[in-house]
Unconditional design. Structure first.
Length: 231
């Protein structure tokens, strides 16, 4: 099942191609200069290996280019970097920012952000800030949205039907598990910081949430290195 999940995660990492159309010839040279500077600032942040330095560069980018078409890429770099530092509330925050862009980003990008968000929530749910009614509600809503999106997800060409089905099942396990956690919290019940197994317990092996989290982090970091931003 792991190899199928890895293939599904790998196909999610493609970044959006942002439009660079220009409206008037006289503005084209200045806009090209602005775009080059913006792209350069993003690539500087994207290629930084130090987590602390990278976050600082991303902060600088957002402050300078708050309406950039590269914000989906920036948000993904944020939550991947915060994954590496195990700052789970920030993973959740930036994954939510990306998902909030809605149809402006691909369904693949939103699914990956939601998977990352829910695994981060599971791993960090002992944090008091993630054990509030609002946090439980958001985790539940994110899990439900994830299940909705994987129902709409079209099979990438590089996956077999079997691989695609296995990947969707792995993501559904995550979304179902964290949705149950959120619902339990909202009902005042004890919340255990490991996603529950998928509903079909007979067909699913015992689910090790922490192990899946560790694998997912490695997969996401590998995918980040393999998928430079395109503009």
């Amino acid at each position: 099942m792991r190899q199928h999940k890895l293939a599904a995660i790998a196909c999610l990492g493609s970044l959006l191609v942002c439009s660079t159309a220009r409206t008037t010839p006289q503005d084209s040279q200045q806009n090209q200069l602005d775009t080059t500077a913006e792209d350069g600032a993003y690539q500087l942040a994207h290629n930084e290996n130090s987590a602390q330095a990278k976050i600082k560069l991303l902060d600088d980018f957002v402050a300078k280019y708050p309406d950039s078409g590269l914000l989906p890429d920036v948000y993904r770099d944020y939550y991947l970097t915060y994954f590496a530092t195990e700052n789970y509330p920030q993973v959740i925050d930036y994954a939510d920012k990306l998902v909030a862009l809605g149809d402006k980003v691909s369904i693949d990008s939103r699914i990956l952000a939601l998977v990352s968000r829910e695994v981060a929530y599971s791993a960090g749910c002992t944090d008091p800030g993630l054990r509030t009614p609002d946090a439980y509600a958001k985790a539940t809503d994110a899990g439900r949205l994830g299940l909705q999106l994987i129902g709409q997800w079209q099979k990438p060409e590089n996956l077999t039907d079997e691989q695609f089905a296995a990947g969707k099942k792995s993501f559904a396990i995550i979304f179902h598990g964290v949705t149950e956690m959120g619902e339990s919290g909202l009902a005042g019940q004890m919340v255990i910081c490991t996603p529950a197994p998928s509903p079909d317990r007979r067909a699913t092996p015992p689910y090790d949430g922490r192990k899946l989290f560790d694998h997912l982090i490695d997969d996401l970091k590998t995918e980040q290195r393999r998928s430079p931003a395109v503009r």
